[in-house]
Design a protein around this ligand. Structure first.
Ligand code: SF4
Length: 168
């Protein structure tokens, strides 16, 4: 678990960095890069803090064989691609939100997460199926740790109640 925790902390950092990196060409950013900005390398990530102050831990890497780009944006392993979430929601790889758009972050570090809310108890979460410690999400792209969180978190109970009202 410790390794996964460290990965998450690093992920929060890199999320901010990737978001900033992709905007740098338009906004001037903070790093002075003016040409097209590729996804930062892990070494570059170590020196980059997210502007919301959630960064600061030593860098960690995605699961072995997974690039940072894949980690953040996908694609996820095939086993998750169109899997169902723990509340039965089918993942549609053509209709996913970016992590930036939903303020994806470690639940404990997010100033927006409600008490007790995390991906692991979200209706949209697809639990780890390949033993790397990460699952996926039916609504959000990339790798997802059960202790992460985002703004479209939904309780399993609420989701099932809505499904019931829909006549399933
Ligand atoms: S909290 Fe967000 S990223 Fe996590 S499983 Fe739910 S919808 Fe997906």
């Amino acid at each position: 678990m410790g390794g996964v925790d460290r990965q998450k902390r690093r992920f929060v950092t890199l999320l901010g960095a990737i978001g900033l990196g992709s905007l740098a060409g338009c906004t001037g950013g903070t790093g002075g890069e003016s040409e097209s900005t590729p996804t930062p390398t892990p070494a570059e990530m170590a020196d980059t803090r997210s502007e919301d102050g959630t960064g600061g831990e030593p860098e960690e890497a995605p699961p072995p064989g997974v690039s940072m780009e894949e980690f953040v944006h996908g694609p996820v392993p095939e086993v998750y691609r169109t899997a169902r979430s723990q509340a039965g929601e089918r993942r549609d790889p053509e209709n996913l939100r970016t992590k930036e758009a939903v303020r994806f972050a470690e639940a404990d570090e997010s100033e927006y997460a409600g008490p007790g809310q995390n991906c692991g108890n979200c209706a949209e979460y697809i639990p780890d199926m390949n033993g790397d410690g990460f699952g996926a999400c039916a609504k959000v792209e990339g790798y997802v740790d059960p202790e992460d969180w985002c703004t479209i978190w939904e309780s399993i109970e609420e989701h099932e109640a809505e499904a019931g009202e829909g006549g399933e």
